[in-house]
Write a protein that binds this ligand. Sequence first.
Ligand SMILES: [Zn+2]
Length: 266
Amino acid sequence: MLKATEIGDVTEIKMGRSLDGVSVLYWVAAYLIGGILIDTGCDYSKKELGDFLKDKQISVIVNTHYHEDHVGGNTLLVKRFRLGALAHVDTVRLMDRTYELYPFEQEIWGYPDSSTATPIGAVVKDGTVSLRVIETPGHCKGHISLFEEERGILFSGDIWVGERPKTARAEEDVHELISDLRRFEELRPKIMFASLGKVVLEPQQVIRKTREYLEATRDKIRDLHAEGKSTEQILETLFGRESVLASVTQYQLSTKIFIESFLRDV
Ligand SMILES: [Zn+2]
């Protein structure tokens, strides 16, 4: 399923797999600004995305990172519209391969075709649109965000997913995530487009609150750890119980991993 909405100069393209034609398992968004397409959704929605873009002027694809819900339409769009794709050099290496997906990933997003991209520079331009590339590796290696300076438009990829995250994946680095959010605060964005299809107006306060929440959580976890508490005891004290997402994702996304990430360098 695909739903497009014009928000100022940006087209939000929300996509996701639908089993019943009514509801969607999990939304993910691509964004179009000028002729720059940021991310391409998952494998299940690639044909709909290709059809939606057929009368649009796209000059280039930029991928925020290599995950299967962000590169799924690349191969089809590159072929159909003779486009190039740009990504961080670490993402380029990770995209050009076939890798194992967990059952929940196969079910929700499907296998992306192996695709290629060219390492991105410091800025991406199309006509009057100029996007600054911000390295934000907190979500995964090679993750980038994009910032349009004049209008204060931030495309934050998977860095900001909500005000009080309680789960993480093993490849996430919460310390980097805190730095990434700090970098966002310094940009003073006027609008933030997150890749889960969340659009936040005047997001400075939300970003600051998220960063402060993560810092406070880090301090509490470290204090409990210093008192000799185990990960399980810390989980129970601070969060009550493991997130329901843990069993759904075969424990690839969990509160336990979130806590361990804070303790990685202790
Ligand atoms: Zn991701």
